[in-house]
Design a protein around this ligand. Sequence first.
Ligand code: ARG
Length: 562
Amino acid sequence: MNYIENLAKAIEKQTGLTAAEVAGMIEVPADETMGDFALPCFKLAKTLKKAPPVIADEIANGMALPEGFKSFSVVGAYINFFIDPVAFIADVLKASGEEGYGGSDEGQGKNICIDYSSINIAKPFHIGHIMSTAIGNALYRIYNYRGYTAIGINHLGDWGTQFGKLCYAYEAWGNKEDVEARNIDALLALYVKFHDEADKDDSLNDAAREWFKRIEAGDEYAVSLLDWFTEITLKRVNKVYEMLGVSFDYYTGERFYNDKMQPIVDELDAKGLLTESQGARVVDLESYSMPPCIIIKNDGTTLYATRDLAAAFYRKKTFNFYKALYVVAYQQNLHFSQWFKVVGLMGYDWEKDLEHVNFGMVALEDGTISTRKGRVVFLEDVLNKACEKTAEIIEIKNPGLENKTAIAKQVGIGAVVFSVLSQGRIKDVTFTWDRVLNFEGETGPYMQYTAVRCNSLLVRGADLLNETPDFSALDNDEAFKTAKALDRFPSAIETALAKNEPYLITRNIIDVAKAFNKFYFEHKIIDENKAASAARLALAKAVKNVITTGLYLIGVETPEKM
Ligand code: ARG
C-alpha cells in the first residue's frame, strides 16, 4: 500500500498542486499520537491566500479519506492522518512472514570485496579482532542478501621484518615440540624474548634483518619456517572462525603481493608521482594535508601501504569490484586516506569505490587490552567464557533442556557478537558480562529468547495456521507498534548496507522484540477463537522470521529452544 501516494491524490485538487508536489510535503510525525502522516499547510498560504489553519480545516473536511486511512484530525495548521491499523497489519504480516523478507537482487552482477579480520601471523587473535571479524562477516551476509556477490578476504599480516625476528628467535631459543603444542603462545613468547634480548644486544636486530632477507630471497629453509608459522597460526584461528560461523573466500595476505608491487612502483614512477625524501621514495600528499605516502623505504624495502596498493590493483583486475571495503580500526584512518589518494592521483576513478569501514576499540570491564608484553586477552578465551557463563545460566533457568552444550554455544557466542554490533561501529566498546548475557536488556539472548518464544507458540498452535486469520483481533496498540517495527526491517537493511553499519539491523530487531513482548504480555495468543488466534500467530510467525533473519544477517544463530 502506498499511503503517501493515496493521500496526495486525495488532496491534490484542493491544493492546486500536483500529487507529486503534495507528496513531497507530507511528513511522518515524530510523535505517533499525532498521526501516521501529517500535512503542514503553511506553504499553501501563499497560493490559496488564506491562513494556514483555515486551509487545513477546509482541505480536511472537503476530502474523501483514501484507501488505507481511518481518520484525520486538524491541529492548528496541520492535518494529521491515521491509517487503518488492521489493513496495515494484514499487509505487513503477509510480507514479513515470508522467507527472504527485506532481501533483494539489487546487487546482481556486482562484486563487493570485503577485507576483514585480517589477522597477523604468529600474533594472538585477541579480543580487539572481534570488531573487524564481526562487522566484516555481517557486511558479507548483508551484501549477499541484497543480491551482491561478496568476496571475503583475510588479508593476512604475513610479511615484514618481524618474521626475521621470529626466525632468529626460533633458531636461538625455540623448539619444535613446544611450538607445535602451544602454537601462537609459543611464538608470542619467542617474539617477546627477542625484544628483551635485542634491548640488551642490538646486533640481534641485524641478524633478524638477515633472516628476513633470506625469506625475501626465497631461501628454502627460511621460507619453510614462515610457511610453518602461517600454518599453525591459521589452524588455531580457524577454530575461532568456526565458533563464530565466519568464513573467507581468500586468505591472500601481504606476502601474496610481494611480486605484484613492482609494476605499481613503475607506474607511479612513469606518472611522475614519486619523489625522493631522505632516501625513501614517496608520493607527496602535502596539497591534501597529509604526510607523504612512503612507497619504498631508504633501505629499498616496501611497506604495508605498498602492499595495500598492489592488493587493490589485484582486486580490481581480478574481481572488477563495485566496491572494496576495508574493515579496519580507526587507528589506520591516515593509512587508508593516504593510499586511496595515491590511487586517485594515478588517475583511477575507482578510488571512489574504496572505502575504509573503520571502528572503535574494544575493552573488557577490567581494563583495556594491550598486545605488547604478552598481556593479551585471547578472543577464544572470551568466547569460551561466554559459553561457560551461559551454560551456568541454563543450568539455573532450564536444567532439563536438551542439547545444552550446543545451545549454550549459540547463545554465548551470539551474545558477544550481538553486543559488538548493537551500537555504531565508531564507538568504543566495553564488555560487561552482566550486560552481554542479560536475558532482559537489549541483548542477544533476549532476541533469541523472543524468537524461541514465538517458535513455541507456533508449535503449540500448529493446527491453527491453516485457519483464515481474523486480523481485527490485532486492532490494538501493541500489535500496531510491532507491525510498524516489522515494516521498517527492509529499510533498516538498506540503510545498514548504504552506511556499512550492521547495527541498524540490530536496532530494528530490538524494536521488533520489545514491541512484540509487550503484545505478548498484554494479550493471550491462543484462545478458543480460532480465526483470532490465527491472526496472533501470524504476528508471532513474522516476528520470528524477522528476528531470525536479522540475527543471521549480523552473524548470530537462533536456537529452536533455550
Ligand atoms: N593486519 C593488519 C593489522 O592487524 C590489518 C590489515 C587490514 N587490511 C588491509 N588491507 N590493510 O593491523
